[in-house]
Design a protein around this ligand. Sequence first.
Ligand SMILES: Nc1ncnc2c1ncn2[C@@H]1O[C@H](COP(=O)(O)OP(=O)(O)O)[C@@H](O)[C@H]1O
Ligand SMILES: [Mg+2]
Length: 440
Amino acid sequence: MRLSEFFMPTLKENPSEAQIVSHRYMLRAGMIRQSSAGIYSWLPLGQRVLKKIKQIVRQEQDRAGAQELLMPTIQPAEIWRESGRYDDYGKEMLRITDRHDREMLYGPTNEELITEIIRESVRSYRDLPKMLYHIQWKFRDEVRPRFGIMRGREFLMKDCYSFDLDYAGAKKSYNKMFVAYLRTFQRMGLKAIPMVADSGAIGGDMSHEFMILADTGESEVACHKDLVDLNIELMNLDPQGDHQTVVDSLTGYYAATDEKRDAEIEGTLGNDLAVARGIEVGHIFYFGTKYSEAMNAYVTTEKGEDVPIEMGSYGIGVSRLVGAIIEASHDDNGIIWPESVAPFDVGIINLRAGDDTCDTACEDIYAKLGDAGIDALYDERGERAGVKFADMDLIGLPWQLIVGPRGLKNGVIELKSRATGEREEMTIEAALNKLNSLAA
Ligand SMILES: Nc1ncnc2c1ncn2[C@@H]1O[C@H](COP(=O)(O)OP(=O)(O)O)[C@@H](O)[C@H]1O
Ligand SMILES: [Mg+2]
């Protein structure tokens, strides 16, 4: 992509409405624009990151054995009356009436809809287990939408639902998602800590929120300090395994969201206690037969008995993740994207656009990167070098290729790492080789 053609309306000044760094940088880099309170358009640069995040989420859901479907955003009120949640949800639910006076709503979540689908087509124990997910927009009329897309009213969520015959099966599904979540966040360069979360009326210990520690987090969380630096090998795990060892090795440590903190345990931890603010990027939840009983989703067991299906639900805040990654990875000059979610792999800065030698070298690099399948953003604008450096740092591509007349005279260009700031002089060929090997 040539920068002069790319729609990336950057802002020079810090927007006054933005209180946290991710919101500031997303507006300044031209990633999003607010449409109304808590509702945003995703401009091309933001949309590119969102797509990368969705792709990682999708790959890890698929790997865990979940299957993707797509449910609508608009749902009928009836099914929410069946579960009893139509009134409970209160003002957070956006209620709509269609032209035939039928009560509809913009889905804040999908337990009812998926349960309706399952009860109509799943009758026998032979049809289980199943895990189904989609990535779809949600609407919750939050009292206080804030921090940009971090707490929006319309936001993109991955929500997965598991259906099992019994508790043992449900626990296995829960563990699969637990591990899929750890892998998902790790691939995005994030350290997400699973913490015991409120499990509502059901009780039990099968509800975890995945928290990113950041000063700008909305809630205060606490955990054993060893958990913060714990590294567990996840990438070689057998997707078919029950993952109990991995889950146990993490849940063995104290880690609690604000509603679940325990002063007594914290007192015994002393210096081993870490208290910090956290951003919730995911939430997994076992709720047993709450919806299947209320909505009549039963299966026949091998013995011929009818039993309600055991269920769980598993959410990831896909759009919130864009902000969470920025909160976790930035400096004073802008965003520092992990390679896996960067909107482009590399930026090319032509320090003297209009100069034949520079233009020819840049065009050559740009074409070769394209051939190698490396996504480049080429700044060929007639701007001053300072402006180009500042913009490139702001949008945070992992690598920058800096091409100027002085270097080219000696046959070299500069390769800069956004994360470390290190700049290395090398030939064009060496730079291309290095980027190729990183992409491989
Ligand atoms: N208003 C919101 N804006 C952006 N993301 C949200 C919002 N509400 C929830 N999410 C994301 O969706 C995930 C699943 O939602 P859920 O656990 O049902 O939300 P909550 O805990 O806020 O009730 C959360 O972990 C969070 O990452
Ligand atoms: Mg939650």
